[in-house]
Design a protein around this ligand. Structure first.
Ligand code: SF4
Ligand code: SF4
Ligand code: SF4
Length: 307
């Protein structure tokens, strides 16, 4: 049953629990995605050229940015992906110095992590977000009712909403260039363009082996941690870094998949006629608490404030 947005809000307004939850892949099915496609981002190789941002903008026909892609003053403040940009690169100064004693910057590209067990999909009551076997967390606009539970549920705060588009707003996030590799057998545009091969595309198990080889071969170069191997139940985007991930703005997350929480809420509270507004507030409270916890931790200091 397809739920029309107008009908959904009518139901929400009266607190009715009669919204039909469409079938989504089971947890076991989503687990199979563990050996699907992935990307390894080696932040020690990233030079902050922003070519990945440009390639992403072009392949997704996103709007022209306010500042050109060769304008490196964007690094003066931290940025987030939003409805007009699916990926951004930020600069961090962690205190690392080079052989000449100069302060060295680290650059980190961020986008949807394409979680193995995505809480955005778990929170989505209509199945508009789903984990594909190939690794991508896919968004189907035709099923989206605009409730934005996915935005509340995502531990990485990735999905954005087209508030500027009142007639046909969509949830916007990196789509993993799924069509590139399923139809054209090409790597995602950002991985293809990267001049330093900071982004490697491949099967997740292969990339984990590659990451472990790099950690073993260059122990002094890397923090001995692969971010995304276990965080939030594991993610398709994996990261290596020279310094502790907290210093590069990465959230400290548990290794259990967060969907357990949102599924519990959705399948118990929601089915017992709790209003969607209450669920929205509850998820928002959880995200606020998580954010506050991370903010009070070791400062992922950047060269400016969040723009
Ligand atoms: S990072 Fe957020 S939006 Fe992306 S798959 Fe994970 S939960 Fe969903
Ligand atoms: S995978 Fe595609 S959509 Fe995602 S950040 Fe890279 S270029 Fe953009
Ligand atoms: S294209 Fe590669 S080197 Fe350039 S900013 Fe993106 S990840 Fe870094």
């Amino acid at each position: 049953m397809q739920i029309k947005r107008r009908n959904f809000f009518k139901l929400a307004a009266v607190g009715a629990g009669s919204v039909v939850i469409s079938p989504r892949p089971t947890r076991a099915e989503r687990k199979k995605a563990g050996d699907s496609f992935a990307c390894l981002v080696d932040t020690s190789r990233c030079i902050g050229c922003r070519k990945c941002e440009q390639a992403c903008n072009e392949i997704n026909n996103l709007p022209e940015p306010a500042r050109r892609f060769d304008d490196l003053t964007v690094f003066d403040s931290a940025r987030r992906p939003d409805a007009r940009r699916f990926t951004v690169v930020n600069r961090y100064h962690s205190g690392r110095i080079d052989d000449a004693g100069l302060l060295v910057a680290d650059y980190v590209k961020i986008q949807c992590m394409h979680c193995l067990d995505p809480s955005c999909a778990s929170a989505c009551v209509t199945g508009a977000l789903s984990k594909h076997d190939n690794g991508a967390v896919h968004y189907d606009v035709s099923k989206c009712i605009g409730c934005r539970y996915c935005m509340m549920a995502c531990p990485f705060e990735i999905p954005a909403y087209e508030y500027h588009n009142p007639l046909t707003p969509r949830v916007m996030k990196c789509n993993f260039c799924e069509e590139q590799f399923t139809r054209q057998h090409k790597a995602p545009a950002c991985a293809t363009i990267c001049p330093t091969e900071a982004i490697t595309f491949g099967k997740r198990t292969t990339l984990l082996q590659l990451a472990k080889k790099r950690l073993a071969k260059y122990p002094a170069r890397y923090e001995q941690h692969i971010y995304g191997e276990h965080e939030a139940g594991g993610t398709a985007w994996l990261y290596l870094a020279r310094v502790p991930f907290k210093k590069l703005g990465f959230l400290t997350l548990p290794s259990n998949p967060l969907p357990r929480l949102s599924e519990l809420i959705q399948h118990s509270l929601f089915s017992y006629l709790w209003s969607p507004a209450l669920l929205f507030a509850l998820l928002g409270g959880i995200m606020y608490r998580n954010r506050a916890k991370n903010d009070s931790g070791e400062g992922h200091k950047q060269s400016g404030g969040v723009s």
